[in-house]
Design a protein around this ligand. Structure first.
Ligand SMILES: [Fe+2]
Ligand SMILES: [Fe+2]
Length: 373
């Protein structure tokens, strides 16, 4: 059920959300006068081998629209906000590649010529939010390897430049998907994890089946398909281990993804973004000296640090946020005092920390009951 006034945690997903704001572009920013550096056979080959990636961009966009309400219902507000930026990213990839097809002068392979592409698309847009994020991660690993090939081989050519732009977006997508799954997969029942393992195999087989139609085109562009799929499989397996889907997980960050740096946030060893400020801030929040992340006032701004509860005014100042220790309209008129500060601080820590000793207490039935969770 939707919450009118949800918490927004100051976590890694919000870091990616703010980062996305600084990385906006559309096809209008692409230099379409840049040389193509492809002969006609190669232009046709690119149009054909780009087809699964192009389809993946559309599936990602449509799937994001489908998953936002699921994240809202699960009260995963920071992930919900981040995925809203993801939707725009995929929209511009789809739109830019559509325009690229016009420049190439060739069309994608039609669906009836490569029926596996429909199965690929359907698998990416079906299921719940965990299916979607895992499918997106696999699809983004696939597309990133593809774009990297051109960004490195032809950095000054038109598609090399477009690839460089898209890769910057895809690094955020992979960081989000990796950390979302690393946080959620260990909490899923075994049958759901098995379902995700089967999905991985299904998607890999479908991608390999699509490649059968594209061998000649890959050769025309100098791409070694066998080597490409070996790298793809290796990257996907590495992610599967590190999110806890296969084996025990090695607890290390994924190669090429520095999610903390990408987002400006921090992550705990368990993968869930950390409470900014760590223990010092936790105790400051506990004492009411600092606001609790996600606890916003009626004006949408963070509530101010606690003043002296004994001398605090009995009502919020006009146009201002309610000070601590007074009736707070954002809390349905309940009194916000020491108990409330403690409850919010424990709630924030329980969501942000997955690895410390106190996390056991935070997740205890007693605290969750106090927390309403
Ligand atoms: Fe994309
Ligand atoms: Fe993506």
């Amino acid at each position: 059920m939707i919450r009118l006034f949800p918490k927004i945690e100051d976590d890694l997903f919000m870091g990616l959300y703010h980062k996305a704001r600084l990385s906006q572009w559309t096809s209008a920013d692409v230099d379409w006068e840049a040389p193509l550096r492809l002969d006609d056979r190669q232009a046709k080959a690119l149009a054909r081998i780009l087809t699964p990636v192009y389809l993946g961009e559309q599936a990602a966009m449509l799937g994001a629209a489908h998953v936002v309400p699921q994240l809202a219902n699960a009260h995963e507000t920071s992930a919900q906000l981040y995925v809203s930026t993801f939707l725009m990213d995929e929209a511009r990839h789809f739109e830019t590649l559509t325009r690229l097809y016009r420049t190439l002068g060739h069309d994608p392979i039609r669906l009836r010529e490569m029926p596996e592409s429909l199965r690929y698309h359907h698998r990416l847009v079906s299921g719940d939010r965990f299916d979607w994020v895992w499918g997106i991660l696999i699809s983004d690993i696939f597309s990133s390897l593809f774009y990297q090939t051109f960004a490195r081989a032809q950095p000054d050519a038109l598609f090399g430049r477009i690839s460089t732009n898209i890769l910057a977006d895809e690094s955020r997508h992979k960081a989000f998907a990796h950390y979302y799954l690393r946080w959620s997969v260990p909490r899923l029942p075994e049958e759901r994890r098995e379902g995700l393992r089967q999905m991985k195999e299904e998607l890999l087989q479908t991608m390999k089946a699509m490649y059968r139609y594209l061998k000649e085109d890959s050769r025309a562009l100098g791409i070694d398909g066998e080597e490409f799929f070996a790298r793809l499989t290796s990257h996907i397996e590495t992610h599967a281990r590190r999110i806890g889907l296969e084996g025990d997980g090695d607890g290390r960050d994924e190669d090429g993804i520095d999610a903390a740096a990408a987002s400006g946030g921090r992550t705990a060893p368990g993968g869930k973004p950390m409470l900014p400020g760590g223990w010092t801030q936790f105790f400051r929040m506990l004492l009411g000296l600092d606001p609790v992340p996600g606890l916003l006032g009626p004006d949408g701004r963070p509530l101010p640090p606690r003043t002296d509860a004994a001398t605090a005014p009995e009502s919020a100042p006009p146009g201002g946020a309610a000070p601590a220790g007074v009736d707070d309209p954002a809390l349905g008129g309940r009194r916000r005092g020491w108990a409330h500060g403690l409850r919010e601080a424990v709630h924030a820590a329980a969501h942000a920390c997955t690895s410390c000793a106190v996390a056991l207490l935070c997740r205890s039935r007693l605290v969750r009951a106090t927390n309403g969770g």
